[in-house]
Design a protein around this ligand. Structure first.
Ligand SMILES: [Zn+2]
Length: 73
């Protein structure tokens, strides 16, 4: 069973099978988070869709800590 993990720090996504501990090769975060996207859906997504998903995911998961600031024009 393939699972899609996402890095809580940089949003990099990775497909992993049968592993509990998944490290991010982009930023060194030692434990990535299991995303809610299933593997089939992930393979059908374009690069842009994956980026959009990662951006949205990071926004949702970081908004409590106030690390993301939104500029309103
Ligand atoms: Zn990362």
């Amino acid at each position: 069973m393939m699972k899609v993990f996402i890095c809580p720090d940089c949003g990099w996504m990775r497909v992993v099978s049968r592993r509990k501990q998944v490290e991010c090769f982009k930023c060194g975060q030692w434990q990535m988070t299991l995303s809610k996207i299933d593997f089939v859906k992930y393979t059908e997504m374009s690069e842009q869709e994956r980026k959009d998903y990662a951006d949205g995911w990071l926004y949702i998961h970081n908004r409590k800590s106030n690390r993301i600031h939104i500029n309103r024009s």
